[in-house]
Design a protein around this ligand. Structure first.
Ligand code: SF4
Ligand code: SF4
Length: 132
């Protein structure tokens, strides 16, 4: 590269907008159909465990619904639900597609970093009514 060309390039880059984004201070655009975190609606979930069995990343663990919640699907006799470990999930949405009762709620949320390991616990339990 000739010297004038090099100077031109340096000046151009010096005054152009940076290509990088200052995430998380600056949010990035996300497509509405982006595969973000998903969670089970416990008013629909029957506790069949199919999603946990089929998950290729072993990111789903079936756990007990804690006491003090109303609105659980009456077919969910064992009172269990799929807890998703978002740190293990590869967002293939196999669980979403395979669920026989379409219990999964999908989102385009991806910003889940935090102090504790993110799971679907809070979101799934929020689909029920807390009574105590
Ligand atoms: S496949 Fe659907 S109904 Fe079965 S445990 Fe998973 S979310 Fe619940
Ligand atoms: S999206 Fe895929 S990896 Fe994530 S919990 Fe569902 S089946 Fe498992």
């Amino acid at each position: 590269m000739t010297r004038p060309k090099l100077i031109e390039l340096v000046l151009k880059n010096l005054f152009s907008k940076p290509a990088t984004v200052q995430f998380p201070y600056q949010k990035t655009d996300v497509e509405p159909d982006y595969r973000g975190i998903q969670y089970a609606d416990l008013t629909k979930c029957t506790g069949c465990s199919l999603c946990a069995i089929e998950c290729p990343a072993e990111a789903i663990k079936m756990i007990q619904i804690p006491p003090g919640y109303e609105g659980v699907n009456p077919l969910n006799k064992r009172m269990i639900y799929p807890l998703i470990d978002y740190g293990k999930c590869v967002y293939c949405y196999r669980c979403v597609k395979i669920c026989p009762v379409n219990a999964f709620i999908t989102t385009n949320k991806y910003d889940i970093a935090g102090a504790s390991r993110p799971t679907s616990e809070e979101l799934s339990l929020s689909t029920l009514k807390k009574v105590s």
